[in-house]
Structure formats: structure tokens, C-alpha cells
Design a protein around this ligand. Structure first.
Ligand SMILES: [Zn+2]
Length: 257
């Protein structure tokens, strides 16, 4: 893996979005271990105490919040506001053995409005020792105010769109900060409408999420660059939805810092 996960770990809140439940839970678990691994290397080592406890599900600083089950063992329809409030209270206590405490909220799409608002409170002013990972079917199930405080990793599931070749090309150029190459590439696409641009952005985000989770490697793409590109894609998508002209948005995609 060529991505330095620990550069990515600058954020205190993540949304791991995928229509595939096991895929998103798996990605969240990997991300959680990256924070709990004691070796602090590129990816969780799998052998230190932190990794082993996390893998065994007994790490005292790894808290999974999920829907409660009823008498028949069936998951309840909502992740309740009480559960989220309890997490918020717990989040103020310091970690026991690791440097960070990691909270994984499974099926965050089942948080109703009061539960989301309770979560928002801690995401707005999180204690420095906390990390929150919200797993959801789709990021759009969460309040925009929550999304704006998280780094979103979209992981492909069954509905995955085929990798867009242009997106792959863009990523390679962006990783090397080749602005001229990017302008030439975007220039080739000046007949795109908003829909085509939307699918390009979706592919780009999926590729970036894959890279961040170590599912693929892009030459020259550090974690820091990947996170800033993800933020750029999010902004471009927001503009696209606001009907800003596609040429303007493509210009924005060339203007990397
Ligand atoms: Zn480790």
C-alpha cells in the first residue's frame, strides 16, 4: 500500500459510505485499527497489542455503537438518541490504553433527526482524543451539517459504477500536481453535461476512497493529497447540484494548490 494512512488520520470524523454493509464495516474496522495500532506505521500491523485487541473485539478504546435488538434478535428500526447521548457522554472520558478512543457507529442511516443532532454536538467540538467513524449506506442519509465535519470515504458496493478511465487519468495527473496535463485532460471533456460530470466525480471519489482504504494504490498519491482531492470533489459535486456551469467546475478541478 502506498498510502500513508497516518497522514489521513488528521481528521477526527469519517463517514464510511457503501451500499454493501459488510464492506463498509470492514473498511471502518481497518480505519479504526489504524488509530489504535501502536506501531504508527503505514497500515495497522496486526500484531501489536492494540491491533490484536481491536481484532478480537476487546479493545477498551474501541466502542461500537449499533442498533439494539428486540426479543427475537432482530435489529430495532432506529439507532436511538439515548444511545448516541450515551456515546457523547462517554466520549469525554480519556482513552484507557491507546492515544485515541475510536467510536464506530454502525448503520448510521438509522439515526433519526434527534439522534443525528446529538451526534452533531460532539462532532462540532470533539475532544482531541476522539475519533468517530460513521458507517452508512450513503452519505446523503446524514445531515449536511454532519457531512461537512467528516471526511467521506465512499466504498464501492454492488451498485458500483465502472471505473471511469478519465477519472483514473485525472487521479494520476493530480497526484503529481501536473496542472497543465489536467487542463489538457479537462479540455478534452468540454462537451460534458452535468450528468456526465456527476458520474466522473462519483468515479473519482470511489477511486480516492479505495486508495485511502488501501484497496488500490495510485503512484504519488499521499494520504494528505487524497483527502484534499476528496474535499475538492465534494465541493465540485455541491456546485454541480447548485447548477453551476460544468466548465466552471472543470476549471476548479484543474486549479490544484
Ligand atoms: Zn498494530
Amino acid at each position: 500500500m502506498s498510502i500513508d494512512l497516518h497522514t489521513v488520520l488528521a481528521s477526527h470524523a469519517y463517514i464510511v459510505a457503501s451500499p454493501d454493509e459488510s464492506l463498509r464495516n470492514e473498511a471502518a474496522a481497518l480505519l479504526a485499527r489504524s488509530f489504535l495500532c501502536e506501531r504508527g506505521e503505514r497500515e495497522p500491523c496486526g500484531v501489536c497489542t492494540g491491533c490484536r485487541l481491536a481484532l478480537a473485539g476487546t479493545h477498551p478504546d474501541l466502542v461500537t455503537v449499533e442498533r439494539k435488538t428486540d426479543d427475537k434478535g432482530k435489529a430495532k428500526s432506529a439507532l436511538s438518541v439515548e444511545q448516541v447521548r450515551q456515546m457523547v457522554l462517554d466520549a469525554w472520558a480519556r482513552p484507557q490504553i491507546a492515544a485515541r478512543k475510536v467510536y464506530v457507529l454502525r448503520d448510521a442511516q438509522f439515526m433519526n433527526l434527534p439522534a443525528q443532532n446529538a451526534a452533531l454536538k460532539i462532532l462540532e467540538e470533539p475532544p482531541a482524543h476522539d475519533v468517530f467513524i460513521l458507517c452508512t449506506e450513503s452519505a446523503e442519509t446524514l445531515l449536511p451539517t454532519i457531512r461537512s465535519r467528516c471526511v467521506t470515504l465512499r466504498i464501492g458496493g454492488e451498485k458500483r459504477v465502472l471505473r471511469d478511465e478519465l477519472a483514473a487519468e485525472y487521479l494520476l495527473l493530480a497526484a503529481k500536481r501536473e496542472r497543465l496535463g489536467l487542463c489538457l485532460l479537462m479540455g478534452k471533456c468540454d462537451d460534458w453535461d452535468a450528468e456526465r460530470l456527476g458520474s466522473f466525480l462519483e468515479s473519482l471519489r470511489a477511486a480516492l476512497a479505495d486508495a485511502l482504504c488501501g484497496r488500490s494504490a495510485v503512484s504519488g498519491l499521499t494520504g494528505e493529497k487524497a483527502v484534499s482531492l476528496l474535499a475538492l470533489c465534494d465541493r465540485a459535486e455541491e456546485y454541480r447540484r447548485l447548477n453551476v456551469g460544468t466548465k466552471h467546475i472543470m476549471g476548479m478541478l484543474c486549479a490544484l494548490k
